[in-house]
Structure formats: C-alpha cells, structure tokens
Design a protein around this ligand. Structure first.
Ligand code: PLP
Length: 224
C-alpha cells in the first residue's frame, strides 16, 4: 500500500534525522512519481505527500492537467532547451540545471512569464561520464556566469550518486556535495545563497541525510 510505504519512508527519515541531530522538518520529501499513475499519485497525496518529482516534461504535463496544483511540482530529470517553456510554466523547482545554454533559456522563458524560476545546479560529483551535471571544479565559475540572470534563483545543489550495492560506498560523494555547498556559501558570491542539498534516493537516502541532505527524492520505496 502506498500510504503504508509513505508512512514507512517518513518514519525512516525521522529516525535518521534524530540519529544525526537534525530536525525532522529540515528534510523535505520529494515523492518521485515518474513511474506512478495518476491514481497512484492521488493516493500519495491522500497520504500526505506535498511535493512530487517528475523527470519527463510530456508525462508531467499530462499528469499536471489532471492533478493540478494540489501538490508542488519539481522537475528532477534532464531538461532539454526546447522544453524549457513548458517546464517554467509548471515547475516550482528545477533540480537539473546543468549548462549555461539551459540557464539562458530558463531565464528568458521565466522573464516572459514574469516569474523568477527556482533552480538547483546539478553537480556530477562522482565524475561518471554517463551523468549530467557540472563538474565540481567548474561550479564556482558557473555560478558567477549565472549572476546576471535576473529571472533565475539558485537555491542549491543536486546530485545523483552512482548505483552501488552498499549505500556506504556513496557516502563520500554526499559529503563532498555538502562541503562544496558550504565552501561556495563561505565565498559569499553575489545573489547566491545555497540552502538546498537535493541528494538521496530509495537506495541511499539515509546516508544522504546523515551527510546533510535536506531534500530527498524517493520513488521506488513508495510505489514498488
Ligand atoms: C528516478 C529518480 C529518483 C528516484 O529514484 P528511486 O530509486 O525510485 O527512489 C530520484 N532522482 C532522480 C533524478 C530520478 O531520476
């Protein structure tokens, strides 16, 4: 049952926060619905879910037309520049800003809508060739280049850890992302205060929370 799964995940998050001396309210749960039907999403909302994460624009729009803004919509998947217009219309937070070209497009479309689009910069913290994201060493420069974009608000960083059999193996990546966030904040770059750390999925969210995640993206533990 979806409601039971959500209760279970919520309890695990709470226990983990307690264990690491964090406040439960400090960690936001993004319920990843990319493989869920509208009916299943409805059940999740009934069970208390307030944020849903989708990875493909087309699917997200179809679901959004039915479900509407009873929940907050986050984009967690890679965004192509030709889909930006639709993305800016429906998503409160885009987790996957990974290029200057994309930033330029988001800024342009947000400006047209009179919106300031909240975004996270996706970081390829593990350096895997198959992963999207800015390399850790290029983040500061990237953020500086974004500083002139008035219709983008950079709220934090996001990463996807490598798939491993034991979540302990990805702890160093989560730690590295938190340290990167702290380092950037200590630099006091213009209009750039990074508060959100979006990291941790079904297989590794507890380790991510222990390392400072305040937004976890969970799909399979809820819907499978
Ligand atoms: C699918 C997906 C998730 C959720 O993964 P689960 O293993 O189902 O919890 C989180 N983040 C991103 C970017 C995803 O694509």
């Amino acid at each position: 049952m979806i409601a039971d799964n959500i209760k279970n995940v919520t309890q695990r998050i709470a226990r983990c926060c307690e264990k690491s001396g964090r406040l439960v309210d400090d960690v936001q749960l993004v319920c990843v619905t990319k493989e869920a039907s509208v009916e299943e999403i409805d059940q999740a909302i009934e069970a208390g879910i307030r944020i849903v994460g989708e990875s493909r624009i087309q699917d997200a729009m179809a679901k959004h037309r039915i479900i509407g803004d009873r929940v907050t919509w986050h984009l967690i998947g890679h965004l192509q520049t030709n889909k930006v217009k639709d993305a800016v219309k429906m998503f409160s937070l885009i987790h996957s800003l990974d290029s200057l070209r994309l930033a330029k497009e988001i800024n342009k479309e947000a400006e047209k809508l009179g919106k300031v689009q909240d975004v996270l910069v996706q970081v390829n913290i593990s350096g895997e060739e198959t992963k999207f994201g800015i390399a850790p060493g290029g983040i500061v420069e990237f953020l500086k280049q974004l500083s002139s974009y008035r219709n983008i608000n950079i709220k934090g960083l996001m990463t996807i850890a490598p798939e491993v059999d034991d979540a302990e193996k990805v702890r160093p990546y989560f730690r590295a992302l938190r340290q990167l966030r702290d380092k950037i904040n200590a630099m006091h770059l213009a209009s750039c205060e990074l508060s959100i750390l979006s990291m941790g999925m079904t297989n590794d969210f507890e380790v991510a929370i222990e390392e400072g995640a305040n937004m976890v993206r969970i799909g399979r533990a809820i819907f499978r």
